[in-house]
Write a protein that binds this ligand. Structure first.
Ligand code: 5GP
Ligand code: MN
Length: 335
Protein backbone atom coordinates (compact mmCIF):
# COMPACT_ATOMS: atom_id res chain seq x y z
CA UNK A 1 0.00 0.00 0.00
CA UNK A 2 1.51 3.32 -1.10
CA UNK A 3 0.84 6.49 0.90
CA UNK A 4 -2.44 8.17 0.04
CA UNK A 5 -0.80 11.40 -1.14
CA UNK A 6 0.67 9.44 -4.08
CA UNK A 7 -2.93 9.01 -5.24
CA UNK A 8 -3.87 12.72 -5.19
CA UNK A 9 -2.62 13.51 -8.76
CA UNK A 10 -5.10 10.90 -10.11
CA UNK A 11 -7.97 13.04 -8.85
CA UNK A 12 -7.31 15.46 -11.71
CA UNK A 13 -8.44 13.05 -14.48
CA UNK A 14 -12.08 11.80 -14.58
CA UNK A 15 -12.51 8.16 -13.50
CA UNK A 16 -15.23 5.64 -12.70
CA UNK A 17 -15.31 5.01 -8.98
CA UNK A 18 -16.98 2.58 -6.62
CA UNK A 19 -17.08 3.60 -2.97
CA UNK A 20 -17.71 0.87 -0.42
CA UNK A 21 -17.60 0.29 3.33
CA UNK A 22 -18.06 -2.49 5.92
CA UNK A 23 -21.21 -4.61 5.98
CA UNK A 24 -24.16 -3.29 8.02
CA UNK A 25 -22.71 0.23 7.67
CA UNK A 26 -22.93 2.45 10.74
CA UNK A 27 -22.94 6.26 10.80
CA UNK A 28 -19.21 6.47 10.12
CA UNK A 29 -19.21 3.94 7.29
CA UNK A 30 -22.23 5.43 5.52
CA UNK A 31 -21.22 9.03 6.34
CA UNK A 32 -17.68 8.63 4.99
CA UNK A 33 -18.87 6.80 1.87
CA UNK A 34 -21.50 9.43 1.06
CA UNK A 35 -19.20 12.33 1.99
CA UNK A 36 -16.59 10.97 -0.41
CA UNK A 37 -19.27 10.31 -3.05
CA UNK A 38 -20.43 13.95 -2.97
CA UNK A 39 -16.82 15.13 -3.16
CA UNK A 40 -15.95 12.87 -6.13
CA UNK A 41 -19.13 13.89 -7.93
CA UNK A 42 -18.34 17.57 -7.36
CA UNK A 43 -14.90 16.92 -8.88
CA UNK A 44 -16.52 15.47 -12.01
CA UNK A 45 -15.97 11.75 -11.39
CA UNK A 46 -18.59 9.07 -11.99
CA UNK A 47 -19.06 7.54 -8.54
CA UNK A 48 -21.41 4.90 -7.09
CA UNK A 49 -21.68 3.85 -3.46
CA UNK A 50 -22.22 0.11 -2.97
CA UNK A 51 -23.01 -1.14 0.53
CA UNK A 52 -22.23 -4.85 1.12
CA UNK A 53 -25.58 -5.27 2.95
CA UNK A 54 -28.60 -3.29 4.10
CA UNK A 55 -28.32 -0.58 6.77
CA UNK A 56 -30.24 0.95 9.65
CA UNK A 57 -33.31 3.09 8.91
CA UNK A 58 -31.89 5.98 10.94
CA UNK A 59 -29.38 6.60 8.12
CA UNK A 60 -32.07 7.05 5.48
CA UNK A 61 -32.23 10.86 5.80
CA UNK A 62 -28.67 11.25 4.58
CA UNK A 63 -28.11 13.18 1.35
CA UNK A 64 -27.45 10.71 -1.47
CA UNK A 65 -28.52 7.59 0.46
CA UNK A 66 -31.28 6.80 -2.04
CA UNK A 67 -28.66 6.17 -4.70
CA UNK A 68 -26.66 3.73 -2.54
CA UNK A 69 -26.83 0.18 -3.88
CA UNK A 70 -27.28 -2.81 -1.57
CA UNK A 71 -24.99 -5.55 -2.94
CA UNK A 72 -27.24 -8.28 -1.57
CA UNK A 73 -30.23 -6.95 -3.54
CA UNK A 74 -28.54 -5.91 -6.76
CA UNK A 75 -25.70 -8.39 -7.16
CA UNK A 76 -25.40 -8.44 -10.95
CA UNK A 77 -25.38 -4.69 -11.41
CA UNK A 78 -23.06 -4.16 -8.43
CA UNK A 79 -20.64 -6.86 -9.68
CA UNK A 80 -20.44 -5.24 -13.08
CA UNK A 81 -19.77 -1.80 -11.54
CA UNK A 82 -16.98 -3.33 -9.43
CA UNK A 83 -15.51 -5.10 -12.49
CA UNK A 84 -15.48 -1.98 -14.63
CA UNK A 85 -14.42 0.60 -12.02
CA UNK A 86 -11.12 2.45 -12.42
CA UNK A 87 -10.83 3.11 -8.69
CA UNK A 88 -12.46 1.40 -5.68
CA UNK A 89 -12.44 3.31 -2.40
CA UNK A 90 -12.66 1.09 0.69
CA UNK A 91 -13.79 3.03 3.74
CA UNK A 92 -14.03 2.25 7.45
CA UNK A 93 -12.80 -1.34 7.34
CA UNK A 94 -9.39 -2.98 7.57
CA UNK A 95 -9.90 -6.46 6.10
CA UNK A 96 -11.74 -7.29 2.87
CA UNK A 97 -13.87 -9.97 4.52
CA UNK A 98 -15.66 -7.17 6.41
CA UNK A 99 -17.52 -6.67 3.11
CA UNK A 100 -19.08 -10.15 3.41
CA UNK A 101 -20.10 -11.41 -0.07
CA UNK A 102 -18.30 -8.52 -1.77
CA UNK A 103 -14.93 -9.88 -0.67
CA UNK A 104 -14.39 -12.07 -3.77
CA UNK A 105 -15.48 -9.44 -6.34
CA UNK A 106 -13.18 -6.93 -4.61
CA UNK A 107 -10.23 -9.35 -4.68
CA UNK A 108 -10.88 -10.10 -8.36
CA UNK A 109 -11.12 -6.43 -9.38
CA UNK A 110 -7.79 -5.46 -10.91
CA UNK A 111 -8.22 -1.68 -10.63
CA UNK A 112 -6.67 0.82 -8.22
CA UNK A 113 -7.89 0.26 -4.66
CA UNK A 114 -7.71 3.02 -2.08
CA UNK A 115 -8.09 2.42 1.66
CA UNK A 116 -9.16 5.12 4.12
CA UNK A 117 -9.60 3.62 7.58
CA UNK A 118 -8.89 3.88 11.30
CA UNK A 119 -9.09 0.22 12.46
CA UNK A 120 -6.13 -1.72 13.88
CA UNK A 121 -4.00 -4.04 11.71
CA UNK A 122 -5.17 -3.35 8.13
CA UNK A 123 -4.61 -5.82 5.30
CA UNK A 124 -2.09 -3.52 3.56
CA UNK A 125 -1.26 -5.83 0.65
CA UNK A 126 -4.89 -5.65 -0.56
CA UNK A 127 -4.69 -1.93 -1.42
CA UNK A 128 -2.76 0.12 -3.98
CA UNK A 129 -2.87 3.38 -2.03
CA UNK A 130 -4.19 4.18 1.37
CA UNK A 131 -4.08 5.63 4.80
CA UNK A 132 -4.65 3.72 8.02
CA UNK A 133 -4.52 5.85 11.14
CA UNK A 134 -5.80 4.34 14.37
CA UNK A 135 -5.39 7.68 16.10
CA UNK A 136 -8.23 9.20 14.06
CA UNK A 137 -11.66 9.63 15.61
CA UNK A 138 -13.47 8.35 12.54
CA UNK A 139 -13.18 7.59 8.86
CA UNK A 140 -15.25 10.72 8.26
CA UNK A 141 -12.48 12.82 9.79
CA UNK A 142 -10.05 11.08 7.41
CA UNK A 143 -12.24 11.81 4.37
CA UNK A 144 -12.28 15.46 5.45
CA UNK A 145 -8.45 15.36 5.62
CA UNK A 146 -8.40 13.68 2.19
CA UNK A 147 -10.44 16.50 0.68
CA UNK A 148 -8.40 19.25 2.34
CA UNK A 149 -4.92 17.72 1.89
CA UNK A 150 -5.53 16.88 -1.77
CA UNK A 151 -6.09 20.60 -2.27
CA UNK A 152 -9.84 20.65 -2.82
CA UNK A 153 -11.24 22.28 0.31
CA UNK A 154 -13.12 24.73 -1.94
CA UNK A 155 -15.41 21.83 -2.89
CA UNK A 156 -16.67 21.26 0.68
CA UNK A 157 -20.42 21.87 0.72
CA UNK A 158 -23.42 21.35 2.99
CA UNK A 159 -24.12 17.80 1.78
CA UNK A 160 -20.54 16.73 2.46
CA UNK A 161 -20.69 18.49 5.85
CA UNK A 162 -23.87 16.63 6.88
CA UNK A 163 -22.42 13.25 5.88
CA UNK A 164 -19.03 13.76 7.52
CA UNK A 165 -20.50 15.21 10.73
CA UNK A 166 -22.65 12.08 11.10
CA UNK A 167 -19.68 9.73 11.31
CA UNK A 168 -17.57 11.95 13.54
CA UNK A 169 -20.52 12.34 15.91
CA UNK A 170 -21.37 8.61 16.06
CA UNK A 171 -17.79 7.31 16.27
CA UNK A 172 -16.81 9.74 19.05
CA UNK A 173 -19.95 9.01 21.11
CA UNK A 174 -21.01 12.62 20.47
CA UNK A 175 -17.51 14.04 21.06
CA UNK A 176 -16.72 12.31 24.34
CA UNK A 177 -14.25 9.51 23.47
CA UNK A 178 -10.50 10.22 23.86
CA UNK A 179 -9.93 10.35 20.05
CA UNK A 180 -11.92 13.61 19.97
CA UNK A 181 -8.92 15.84 19.34
CA UNK A 182 -8.68 19.59 18.83
CA UNK A 183 -8.51 18.86 15.08
CA UNK A 184 -11.92 17.16 15.30
CA UNK A 185 -13.40 20.30 16.81
CA UNK A 186 -11.65 22.49 14.21
CA UNK A 187 -13.12 20.31 11.47
CA UNK A 188 -16.60 20.65 12.97
CA UNK A 189 -16.13 24.43 13.10
CA UNK A 190 -15.32 24.35 9.38
CA UNK A 191 -18.38 22.18 8.67
CA UNK A 192 -20.50 24.70 10.62
CA UNK A 193 -19.07 27.43 8.38
CA UNK A 194 -20.49 25.45 5.46
CA UNK A 195 -23.99 25.67 6.90
CA UNK A 196 -24.15 22.49 9.00
CA UNK A 197 -27.11 22.41 11.42
CA UNK A 198 -25.56 19.95 13.86
CA UNK A 199 -28.58 19.48 16.14
CA UNK A 200 -30.63 18.30 13.17
CA UNK A 201 -28.12 15.51 12.62
CA UNK A 202 -28.34 14.48 16.31
CA UNK A 203 -32.15 14.39 16.08
CA UNK A 204 -32.10 12.40 12.83
CA UNK A 205 -29.77 9.75 14.26
CA UNK A 206 -30.66 9.52 17.94
CA UNK A 207 -34.27 10.69 18.31
CA UNK A 208 -35.82 8.83 15.43
CA UNK A 209 -36.77 5.39 16.76
CA UNK A 210 -40.09 3.67 17.31
CA UNK A 211 -41.57 2.93 20.73
CA UNK A 212 -40.73 -0.79 20.48
CA UNK A 213 -36.99 -0.09 20.56
CA UNK A 214 -37.14 1.79 23.84
CA UNK A 215 -39.31 -0.93 25.41
CA UNK A 216 -36.86 -3.53 24.13
CA UNK A 217 -33.94 -1.71 25.79
CA UNK A 218 -35.85 -1.63 29.07
CA UNK A 219 -36.56 -5.35 28.79
CA UNK A 220 -32.93 -6.17 27.97
CA UNK A 221 -31.54 -4.10 30.86
CA UNK A 222 -33.85 -5.81 33.34
CA UNK A 223 -33.74 -9.37 32.01
CA UNK A 224 -30.66 -9.90 29.88
CA UNK A 225 -27.81 -8.17 31.73
CA UNK A 226 -25.33 -9.77 34.10
CA UNK A 227 -22.74 -7.80 36.02
CA UNK A 228 -19.57 -9.73 36.78
CA UNK A 229 -18.16 -7.44 39.47
CA UNK A 230 -15.06 -9.56 40.07
CA UNK A 231 -14.00 -8.73 36.49
CA UNK A 232 -15.48 -5.20 36.35
CA UNK A 233 -17.41 -6.51 33.37
CA UNK A 234 -21.04 -6.32 32.30
CA UNK A 235 -22.49 -8.82 29.86
CA UNK A 236 -25.72 -8.73 27.89
CA UNK A 237 -27.18 -11.42 25.63
CA UNK A 238 -30.16 -11.08 23.30
CA UNK A 239 -32.01 -14.13 22.02
CA UNK A 240 -33.65 -14.59 18.61
CA UNK A 241 -37.02 -14.65 20.37
CA UNK A 242 -36.32 -11.23 21.98
CA UNK A 243 -35.59 -9.76 18.54
CA UNK A 244 -38.77 -11.25 17.16
CA UNK A 245 -40.99 -10.29 20.08
CA UNK A 246 -39.95 -6.62 20.01
CA UNK A 247 -39.72 -6.46 16.19
CA UNK A 248 -36.08 -5.38 16.35
CA UNK A 249 -34.54 -4.37 13.01
CA UNK A 250 -31.01 -3.59 11.78
CA UNK A 251 -29.84 -0.55 13.73
CA UNK A 252 -32.22 -0.88 16.65
CA UNK A 253 -29.51 -2.53 18.77
CA UNK A 254 -26.89 0.11 17.95
CA UNK A 255 -25.67 1.80 21.13
CA UNK A 256 -27.12 -0.88 23.42
CA UNK A 257 -23.65 -2.07 24.47
CA UNK A 258 -22.79 1.45 25.71
CA UNK A 259 -25.29 1.20 28.57
CA UNK A 260 -23.08 -1.46 30.14
CA UNK A 261 -20.23 1.00 30.61
CA UNK A 262 -22.46 3.48 32.45
CA UNK A 263 -22.28 1.35 35.61
CA UNK A 264 -19.71 2.82 38.01
CA UNK A 265 -16.43 0.86 37.92
CA UNK A 266 -17.32 -1.22 34.85
CA UNK A 267 -14.42 -1.30 32.41
CA UNK A 268 -15.58 -3.91 29.94
CA UNK A 269 -19.00 -4.25 28.30
CA UNK A 270 -19.87 -7.23 26.10
CA UNK A 271 -23.09 -7.70 24.16
CA UNK A 272 -23.95 -10.77 22.12
CA UNK A 273 -26.91 -10.97 19.79
CA UNK A 274 -28.25 -14.19 18.32
CA UNK A 275 -28.52 -13.29 14.64
CA UNK A 276 -29.72 -15.86 12.16
CA UNK A 277 -26.41 -16.86 10.67
CA UNK A 278 -24.15 -16.23 13.69
CA UNK A 279 -23.84 -14.90 17.22
CA UNK A 280 -22.52 -11.33 16.85
CA UNK A 281 -20.46 -9.78 19.67
CA UNK A 282 -19.92 -6.09 20.41
CA UNK A 283 -17.18 -5.21 22.88
CA UNK A 284 -16.52 -1.83 24.53
CA UNK A 285 -13.97 -0.88 27.16
CA UNK A 286 -12.73 2.06 29.15
CA UNK A 287 -9.03 2.75 29.68
CA UNK A 288 -6.35 0.24 28.75
CA UNK A 289 -8.31 -2.97 28.38
CA UNK A 290 -7.73 -3.84 24.72
CA UNK A 291 -10.94 -5.24 23.21
CA UNK A 292 -9.40 -5.39 19.72
CA UNK A 293 -6.98 -8.08 20.94
CA UNK A 294 -9.70 -9.74 22.99
CA UNK A 295 -12.02 -10.00 19.96
CA UNK A 296 -9.22 -11.28 17.71
CA UNK A 297 -8.05 -13.86 20.20
CA UNK A 298 -11.38 -15.34 21.24
CA UNK A 299 -14.16 -14.35 18.82
CA UNK A 300 -12.80 -14.08 15.23
CA UNK A 301 -13.13 -10.30 15.30
CA UNK A 302 -11.26 -7.05 15.80
CA UNK A 303 -11.70 -3.30 15.63
CA UNK A 304 -10.23 -0.71 17.95
CA UNK A 305 -8.70 -0.78 21.43
CA UNK A 306 -11.92 0.45 23.10
CA UNK A 307 -14.55 -0.75 20.60
CA UNK A 308 -14.53 -3.99 18.68
CA UNK A 309 -16.74 -6.77 17.42
CA UNK A 310 -16.58 -10.49 16.87
CA UNK A 311 -18.63 -13.57 16.07
CA UNK A 312 -19.26 -17.15 17.00
CA UNK A 313 -20.84 -20.11 15.21
CA UNK A 314 -21.71 -21.77 18.53
CA UNK A 315 -25.14 -21.49 20.15
CA UNK A 316 -25.93 -18.38 22.20
CA UNK A 317 -25.65 -20.37 25.41
CA UNK A 318 -22.29 -21.86 24.40
CA UNK A 319 -20.77 -18.53 23.34
CA UNK A 320 -21.87 -16.87 26.61
CA UNK A 321 -20.33 -19.80 28.50
CA UNK A 322 -17.11 -19.42 26.52
CA UNK A 323 -17.03 -15.70 27.36
CA UNK A 324 -17.43 -16.41 31.08
CA UNK A 325 -14.59 -18.91 30.86
CA UNK A 326 -12.07 -16.77 28.94
CA UNK A 327 -12.76 -13.62 30.98
CA UNK A 328 -11.09 -15.38 33.93
CA UNK A 329 -7.70 -14.89 32.21
CA UNK A 330 -8.16 -11.12 32.36
CA UNK A 331 -9.04 -10.63 36.03
CA UNK A 332 -5.82 -8.79 36.83
CA UNK A 333 -5.95 -6.54 33.73
CA UNK A 334 -9.52 -5.61 34.56
CA UNK A 335 -8.81 -4.46 38.14
P1 5GP B 1 -19.86 -2.72 16.63
O1 5GP B 1 -19.80 -3.34 17.98
O2 5GP B 1 -20.40 -1.32 16.67
O3 5GP B 1 -20.46 -3.60 15.59
O4 5GP B 1 -18.33 -2.58 16.18
C1 5GP B 1 -17.37 -1.89 16.92
C2 5GP B 1 -16.15 -1.64 16.09
O5 5GP B 1 -15.51 -2.88 15.77
C3 5GP B 1 -16.45 -0.98 14.75
O6 5GP B 1 -15.41 -0.10 14.45
C4 5GP B 1 -16.48 -2.14 13.78
O7 5GP B 1 -16.10 -1.72 12.49
C5 5GP B 1 -15.48 -3.12 14.37
N1 5GP B 1 -15.91 -4.50 14.18
C6 5GP B 1 -17.10 -5.05 14.48
N2 5GP B 1 -17.15 -6.36 14.18
C7 5GP B 1 -15.93 -6.67 13.66
C8 5GP B 1 -15.35 -7.88 13.15
O8 5GP B 1 -15.96 -8.95 13.13
N3 5GP B 1 -14.07 -7.79 12.70
C9 5GP B 1 -13.35 -6.61 12.72
N4 5GP B 1 -12.10 -6.62 12.26
N5 5GP B 1 -13.87 -5.47 13.19
C10 5GP B 1 -15.13 -5.48 13.67
MN1 MN C 1 -15.40 4.14 12.02
Amino acid sequence: MQPIDHFYPQLDKPFKAVVTMHQKPDGDAMGSALGLYHFLTALGHDATVISPTNWADFLNWMPGVKKVMDFENQREKARSLIETADVIFCLDFNILHRTKHMEQPLIQAKCTKVLIDHHEQPQREAFTFGISDTGKSSTCEMVYDFIVKSGHSQLLNLEIAQCLYTGVMTDTGSFRFPATTASVHRMVADLKDHGLQHSQVHDNIYDNFLENRLRFIGFALVNRMEVLYEYNTALMYITKEDLYEYDIKTGDTEGLVNYLLTIRGIKFGALVIDRNEERKWSFRSKGYFDVNSFARRHFEGGGHMNASGGRSSESLEATVKQFKQVIKEYQIQLQ
